[in-house]
Design a protein around this ligand. Structure first.
Ligand code: SAM
Length: 321
């Protein structure tokens, strides 16, 4: 694993400012663009990136478990084909308020958003974050009628599947090339050691570069539970939180409704509260084009904070307006 030779962990003691009108406006404008009429849709550039990736990956029938937790390129293809859009939208919906708060009220001290994607698969959550930031930059450019400072993104991708990591690296690099006027990938570091043991590497990356603004475990709890118990998973998440930006960093955990009790148990150990969410999205299935579907999932944001609740409330008000 290559890590740059910069040293010292820089911890910020900044308190997050209360959400303001311009931030609420930015949340609402971004939500309208990513989910017009409250229906989440892939934007053109992401949809064509998905299509071209599917076209170049080998096809073929795979088992249900291979589709869910891919270990081959065929499996990655089946995973992207069936689950990409669903996970992508759920991550964007979950990160929206926090990311906009980060962009609007915190100067992103080093001009870089630092992200850890645990159980990353082919980097769907990282791509969702990049697309979210790209969209915010686009809106700010239009409103301020001028070019914004480019946002740097630093990503640690942690997965035990090499094909997932390889496709994830390609997807992020391709997205970053296409969006280069607004963002750039400062670094991507793949970590193939299983979580929670990977905490050693993930924490070292934060020490050598900068603390994480955000860490995400999207649909990773269920496979982790097959390998260790809830206490070990919760301890792993809590150790990862120590590598986040002091007071401002967050860990977002997303899981489907069939694993509600697993997420609840992990949340109880951490002292956070899971939230049930429903979102409506366009369905990306060649046989089922132009349809919409509502999915229910659960998410938790750790550590909980009043300010996050405030930000989420603004988002919810906006959705129902
Ligand atoms: C359902 S996929 C989720 C992928 C992605 N986060 C998303 O939301 O689309 C779960 C991923 O967790 C990975 N995984 C399983 N056990 C792991 C472990 N101990 N450490 C890191 N990743 C793991 C699997 O290889 C798989 O790619």
């Amino acid at each position: 694993m290559q890590v740059p030779k910069v040293l010292v962990s820089r911890r910020s003691s900044n308190k997050r400012a209360p959400i303001g009108d311009s931030e609420a406006h930015l949340i609402s404008a971004t939500k309208d663009r990513l989910a017009p009429n409250s229906i989440w849709r892939l934007r053109g550039s992401t949809e064509s990136l998905l299509r071209s990736t599917l076209d170049r990956l080998p096809g073929g029938k795979v088992s249900e478990s291979e589709q869910r937790y891919p270990t081959t390129l065929q499996g990655v293809r089946a995973f992207l084909d069936s689950l990409f859009a669903r996970h992508f939208f759920q991550v964007q919906d979950s990160l929206l308020a926090f990311v906009l708060h980060l962009v609007a009220s915190q100067p992103m001290e080093h001009g870089t958003v630092c992200f850890a994607d645990v159980g990353s698969g082919p980097a769907v959550a990282s791509l969702a974050l990049m697309d979210l930031l790209n969209c915010v930059q686009e809106i700010q450019e239009e409103h301020r009628a001028g070019r914004q400072r480019r946002i740097g993104i630093s990503v640690a991708l942690n997965d035990i599947s090499e094909p997932c990591l390889n496709v994830g690296l390609d997807l992020l690099a391709a997205y970053s090339r296409a969006a280069r006027s607004r963002l750039f990938l400062e670094r991507i570091i793949p970590v193939s050691v299983p979580f929670p043991e990977s905490n050693t590497q993930l924490r070292r990356i934060a020490q050598l570069t900068q603390p994480y603004d955000l860490c995400c475990l999207s649909y990773a709890l269920a496979p982790l539970k097959d390998q260790s118990d809830c206490n070990a998973i919760s301890q792993g998440i809590s150790r990862l939180a120590e590598a986040c930006r002091y007071a401002n960093g967050r860990i977002v955990v997303i899981q489907d409704k069939f694993h509600e009790s697993l997420l609840s148990q992990v949340c109880r150990n951490l002292g956070s509260v899971p939230q049930e969410v429903q979102i409506k999205q366009a369905v990306y299935d060649p046989q089922n084009q132009n349809t919409e579907h509502t999915y229910t999932f659960f998410r938790s944001i750790y550590p909980d904070s009043k300010k996050d609740e405030q930000a989420q409330n603004v988002e919810q008000v906006t959705v129902s307006a």
